[in-house]
Design a protein around this ligand. Structure first.
Ligand code: NAD
Length: 425
């Protein structure tokens, strides 16, 4: 049928790419077209206006969204993004990826996502709090521990989740920690949640290296695009494995040292200065230069669409681990696969966050909390198991790329559940 070119969902590249990936998987696995047609569109979306009073007394109104793509397997699950480029279509594409991710790693959860079109760096703490509280209040009729459970994403963090949890609880009249995950530990968060996505990225790299007979030691160079919640931890864990992290970057640019950066020191420097610029023993590089570095492993961990048809010819990595959601466009992905680059797909690579979010939700419902070691062990088991199932699916269907196999693995479970539940009415 092709990607629908009209309609409210399909204006963003990320949504179109997500549909293209689904179509490729559906074709290879010979998926019932009735199921693939249903999966190409979200179940529901809520668009809201979020008015807040700015510190100078003026009122500003932002656009906010919450999209629930598919809830066959359980309540919706997915982050909330604060970024100036957020649109309904982008949020819908990200919600679709969440559906496949939750299904792939075996969680009893559906796919959802939320966002506000705002640059959070331009808001004060008080303005961000007002924005978060009003957004939560506007979407409160469709979220809840049994309905849809938000989490942090780009531009949001544990503090944002604490404000969301408090607002939702105030409106209901009692504490409901299960409404969000990624909360601070003091109010019902899980140990290991903050590090889970970055750690999970590295667990999949270890598995991929085994598949490729690559030894992860000091001879392996790594670059990380995006030094946020995912990228900073992934960089730290790769350094702990003994690899050379030669470059890291954030939105304002990056730093490079061909002999490897001291990631512990970079973290300290960044925490103190809120910038990577000026870090000792390193050269400044641009984000474009970082993506073009000749390295063994590239971890794009910032935003979507950063590797595209215009810059793909310069990408010079043997393995790419998609820490971010959708960092490689469908067109660029095809070119890289033809060139023999091994790509660990986002729905598998960055699933650590939603896995530990699920652990947090379960711990909260039981009011029984686990040690960090227990969380990490369960995370590792789940990631390794998912990688091996996707790897086996690659061999079974003889797919050249891991993305198609990951989608097949996720869609297969969902397909069986959707067929069993049938179509209402
Ligand atoms: P974050 O806001 O903590 O960090 C994003 C980083 O990317 C920051 O360093 C920022 O400066 C940088 N960045 C933003 N725009 C950039 C650009 N145009 N060029 C270069 N760098 C840029 O966000 P995060 O939570 O680390 O999320 C990063 C990616 O990982 C997103 O795609 C998100 O959807 C995905 N993800 C996050 C989680 C999670 O648990 N946080 C889970 C799964 C997937």
């Amino acid at each position: 049928m092709g990607v629908p070119n009209s309609g409210i969902w399909s204006s963003s590249e990320l949504y179109k790419n997500s549909v293209l990936q689904l179509e490729e998987a559906a074709h290879v696995m010979k998926l019932d077209p009735n199921i693939s047609e249903r999966l190409k569109k979200p179940k529901r979306a809520l668009c809201v206006s979020v008015p807040i009073r700015l510190d100078d007394g003026a009122i500003a109104v932002f656009e906010g969204f919450r999209v629930q793509h598919n809830m066959t397997l359980g309540p919706g699950k997915g982050g909330v993004r604060y970024h100036q480029d957020v649109t309904l279509s982008e949020v819908a594409g990200l919600a679709m990826l969440m559906t496949f991710k939750c299904s792939l790693v075996g969680l009893p959860l559906g796919g959802a996502k939320g966002g506000i079109a705002v640059d959070p760096n331009l808001l004060s703490r008080q303005e961000k709090q007002a924005l978060t509280r009003r957004y939560t209040s506007e979407i409160n009729m469709i979220i809840g521990p049994d309905k849809d459970i938000p989490a942090p994403d780009v531009g949001t963090d544990g503090q944002t989740m604490a404000w969301m949890m408090d607002t939702y609880s105030q409106e209901k009249g009692y504490a409901i920690p299960g409404v969000v995950t990624g909360k601070p530990v003091e109010i019902g968060g899980s140990l290991g949640r903050a590090e889970s996505t970055g750690r999970g990225v590295v667990y999949t790299i270890v598995q991929a290296a085994q598949r490729l007979n690559m030894r992860l030691d000091n001879s392996i160079s790594v670059s990380v695009h995006g030094f946020g919640k995912v990228g900073a931890i992934a960089a730290e864990e790769m350094a702990l494995l003994g690899c050379k992290v030669v470059a890291v970057s954030d939105v304002s640019g990056g730093i490079y040292n061909k002999n490897g950066l001291d990631i512990g020191a970079v973290n300290e420097y960044f925490a103190k200065n809120r910038t990577l610029k000026g870090f000792q023993n390193s050269d400044a590089i641009t984000n474009d230069e970082l993506l073009a570095l000749k390295v063994d492993i590239l971890i794009p961990a910032a935003i979507d669409g950063v590797i595209h048809h215009k810059n793909v010819s310069q990408v010079n990595a043997k393995m790419i681990a998609e820490g971010a959601n959708g960092p490689i466009t469908a067109e660029a992905h095809k070119i890289l696969v033809e060139r023999g680059v091994f790509i660990i797909p986002d729905v598998l690579c960055n699933a650590g966050g939603v896995i530990v979010s699920y652990f947090e939700w379960v711990q909260g419902l039981q009011n029984f909390f686990w040690s960090e070691r227990e969380v990490n062990e369960k995370l590792k088991d789940t990631m390794v198991n998912a990688f091996q199932r996707v790897s086996a699916c690659m061999d079974r269907y003889k797919t050249r790329d891991m993305k198609t196999a990951a989608l097949i693995t996720g869609v297969d479970r969902l397909n069986r559940a959707m067929l069993l539940r049938g179509l209402f009415p």
